[in-house]
Design a protein around this ligand. Sequence first.
Ligand code: SAM
Length: 353
Amino acid sequence: MATLGKLASFRLPPLPTVSELVKLYNLRAEKQLSQNFLLDLRLTDKIVRKAGDLKGAYVCEVGPGPGGLTRSILNAGAADLLVVEKDSRFIPGLKLLSEAAPGRLRIVHGDILTYRMDRGFPVNISRQWEEDPPKLHIIGNLPFNVSTPLIIKWLEHIANRSGPFSYGRTPLTLTFQKEVAERLTASTSSKQRSRLSIMSQYLCTVHSCFTIPGRAFVPKPEVDVGVVRFTPLVQPQIQQPFKLVEKVVRNVFQFRRKHFYKGLEKLFPEACRVELTHEILERADVDPTLRSTEIKISQFRALCDAYAHLCSLDPSLINYEFREELGQKKLKTEQSRKMDTRTDTETKDSIEA
Ligand code: SAM
């Protein structure tokens, strides 16, 4: 009974439903902002359960919109919920929620892509990286065009233990377009295995929680949605700078249908490409005829270590970008083609003269 009493104290007092709020404040979803609302509190409760035990926890919710997920987080007993919402139309509705949960909901009207979360919570909630995660959670149902760049930015923060991860190994529970969720969690040899799989899995335990059918959202998006939970690893599986790992992985996944060395060799300038590709493969001891999707993270680790070694011998290598060289070559060809045309015209003019 005592527990029930305690639980009851977390719960919000009677409020207009989220759908009523949407109507009350005329919160039409903006299609160009990819706003799709979750109005079914059973589903938002389910997302929140996947985030773990929120009783007495600090939580940052990204993109609360009309506040369905926000209510579930408050009902789960979060002690301090900070929401970051870009669209000002949602602020009055969120203020109403904040009044219903005194002292538990803080509203930031801002952009999560630039918001400094490392300043959002008290320093004393921090845990050492090697310890259990802090009692801080990040939860969000964001537009798809924001959630992918955001997770890439946060993965870099995880590698550097900065931003939301200056508090320790803060777990994240986020929604993605189903196809992206599948890429994030894809294992070796899966068709969905991609750059995102390696970048997320070398830094985190990545768990696919469940799929929400598109029809559960208002308005209904074209695609289904996957809920994914990330917990940063104590020891990243690759211990090289994030940018170096990102560069190796990007090059390797360049030509998915070919043997992976075709992409790997583009890490090196043309003049030394054959020699250094041979050397990196020897050092890493990876079969060059594998496809990028077949390479395990331990093999990516060996490739990154070998590449870091070659960069330590020739520091100019790290700045080499195949695409830039390709771009410059194209520009030169274009320029010389123009020159040729001009010379032709000039020659023609002089002949006619
Ligand atoms: N979480 C709500 C729900 O589940 O019903 C709303 C979901 S809607 C897909 C995404 C929300 O994120 C919108 O309220 C939108 O205004 C907000 N949003 C979009 N980009 C944002 C950004 N860069 N920073 C903060 N909020 C953003």
